[in-house]
Every structure is written in C-alpha cells, then in structure tokens.
Design a protein around this ligand. Structure first.
Ligand code: 6PG
Length: 254
C-alpha cells in the first residue's frame, strides 16, 4: 500500500527551492554510509534548486563526495545542447562544485538509437546498484517535475511507456519540444526511497489538482498519478500559485 503523499505549500518559488534544498540535505543525512544515489529531473524548475544547493546556506552541508548523480529522463540531444537535462545540471551543479565525472551517470541522449541508449542506461543502473532483473534499483532520492499536461520525467499522456512493468528505462516521445526522449519508468520511480515533486506556477495548478485530488481522472491522461512509491515517501513541494486549485488542507511554509 503506497504511503500518503506529503504536500508542502510555500508562498513563493524561491521558498519552495529552499524547502526542497533542506529536504535534499535531510535525505543525505539519513543515509550515513555508502553512495547516496539521486536522479535529477529536467526542465527549468531545477535551476532554482541548484542555485540553493550551491549557495552559502547549503553547499557546506551536503556530503558531495558521497553523491552519485543519475537522470530520471533526458532529451535526445548532445550533452552540451541547451535543451539537455545534463547540460542544465552541468552548468548549475557539476561545474560549480567540480563534481568528478566518476560521480555522474549520464543518459546518452546523443545516441542516434534511443532504445539502445535506454537499454544501456538500464544495464548501467543494474551494474551500479548490483541488482538484476526482476529486482529494482532503489534510488535514495528521485527529483521530478510536472508538466501542464500531467507528465512527469518523460512519461507523457497516452504513451506506451505508461504500461511498462518490466523495464526500468525506455525511450519515449514528447508531443512538444525535443520529441525523442529517454525516461525512467513508473515502476522504477516507485521503488525509490523518496520521490520529491517540485511544482511552481499558476500554469501547473490544474494539473496539480487533477493529479492530487481527482480520483476519477485516468493515470493515462495524467501520468504523474502513476507515481506512488510502494515503500518510499512521496513529497510534493508547491508554491501557492501551483496549489491554488487544491481543495485539501495543506501545510504552508513561509
Ligand atoms: C523534462 C522534465 C520534465 C519536467 C516538466 C516540468 O525533461 O522536461 O524532466 O518532466 O520536469 O516538464 O518542466 P519545467 O520545470 O520546465 O516546468
């Protein structure tokens, strides 16, 4: 039985980024030994989180040398492309902190055969976690965003990837922007110890309400509904604008 989603609403997107950074730090503190394995999300929202994590309030409180960085999804573009999720993290996190390449496990978006790249990444995951199918790698933390259409990672409405129950990483297609994608599947995400959604802006309010409050809405239409970790925690960090259509009581952080 999946644990209840935990929802934290903050006044502004800046406070949301601060709250997520604190959650990130607490998560690393709760794993005293061994690599802390985190999967980063894409889009634009992570920029503010990266600015917090590399800022003076946080940078000295993270055990950077113990972190292994993975990607929950990637656009099929070269790693130096402005649309690349790796590029976003490289600029905002890896270069400023001199994170060595040995701690970064990049999805090869540049591969002209996305399905092969997806299978290779899954193999890499299984090697790094030392876990074979049918068992699932369990990330310490997976960061996710939410699209206005209810997609998360690169799991888009109507995609066959939503029905995947065996593979951990697949190729998928976006209806907009860079079409070809690589993405974690819902079962892989749902085996994480902690999943954190960061969603800000009024343009996401309808999708937030559909995913969090509308039981009748089909997960095929709003793929983020599929994300309900079996044993891990699922935390939603929202600003007031993104939470503006919710009817449920929510904790407000100032
Ligand atoms: C991607 C992301 C995607 C993103 C949402 C929200 O590669 O685009 O992983 O799932 O998190 O689309 O994007 P914004 O942060 O830009 O609103």
């Amino acid at each position: 039985m999946a644990a209840a989603r935990e929802i934290c609403v903050s006044d502004t997107d800046l406070i949301v980024a601060r709250e997520v950074a604190e959650c990130f730090i607490r998560s690393t503190e709760q794993k005293a030994h061994g690599p802390f394995r985190i999967a980063l999300s894409g889009g634009t929202t992570p920029r503010q989180l990266y600015a917090q994590l590399t800022g003076p309030q946080c940078v000295g409180r993270v055990p950077w040398s113990r972190l292994e960085f993975y990607f929950g999804d990637e656009r099929c573009v070269p790693p130096d492309h402005p649309e690349s999720n790796f590029h976003l993290a490289d600029e905002g996190l890896f270069r400023p902190l001199n994170i060595p390449l040995t701690q970064i496990v990049r999805m090869e978006g540049e591969d002209r055969h996305p399905e092969q790249a997806a299978r290779r990444y899954e193999e890499l995951l299984r090697q790094r976690f030392a876990i074979a199918s049918p068992h699932w790698p369990a990330f310490d933390l997976i960061l996710l965003g939410l699209g206005q259409d209810g997609h998360t990672a690169s799991l888009f409405p109507g995609s066959s990837a939503l029905q995947e129950t065996v593979r951990a990483v697949v190729s998928s297609e976006s209806p907009r922007g860079v079409r070809q994608r690589l993405t974690f599947t819902a079962p892989l995400i749902n085996h994480a110890l902690r999943v954190v959604f960061t969603v800000t802006g009024r343009d996401k309010a309808a999708a937030v309400r559909s995913v969090l409050e509308e039981e009748t809405v089909d997960a095929g239409q709003y793929p983020a509904k599929l994300i309900q970790p079996m044993e891990g925690r699922c935390l939603w960090y929202l600003d007031r604008a993104a939470a503006s259509q919710l009817t449920m009581p929510t904790q407000i952080s100032k």
